[in-house]
Design a protein. Structure first.
Length: 130
């Protein structure tokens, strides 16, 4: 029987595989590269949203690396940013969340992360009508 821990582990596995797929699409120049990577970004965004819900009710499942924003891995930094952004949206502050995502994009995080951040911005704008 599935529980939060099993679901979280499966979602982590899916996210890792999608990250690999984004790299492969870029490396193989699978056209349209930008659109294909964006599609993966959307999928990752939904996975991270589900994990955010899991971590709200089961904080013990949240990986330590997501609790420490000083770690330099781009995946971990972006994951931590998304957790912060979703928390801001939960608090009714989507505009602040959009500003944080915008600042992240300006920091030139790389094509994959820029596309994922942009897809998150679109999602927040649609959901909160901002």
């Amino acid at each position: 029987m599935a529980n939060a821990e099993i679901i979280d582990a499966a979602l982590r596995c899916c996210a890792e595989q999608l990250d690999v797929c984004a790299e492969m699409i870029r490396d193989a120049n699978l056209e349209p590269v930008k659109k294909n990577v964006e599609r993966i970004g959307y999928a990752l965004t939904y996975i991270f949203e589900i994990q955010h819900e899991i971590y709200k009710t089961h904080p013990e499942l949240q990986p330590d690396e997501l609790k420490n924003p000083r770690l330099d891995s781009r995946n971990k930094v972006f994951g931590n940013l998304l957790l912060e952004v979703w928390a801001l949206c939960d608090e009714g502050r989507p505009q602040v969340a959009l500003e944080k995502l915008g600042a992240f994009i300006v920091s030139q995080p790389g094509v994959e992360f820029e596309e994922m951040a942009k897809s998150q911005i679109l999602s927040i704008r649609e959901r909160f009508d901002v």
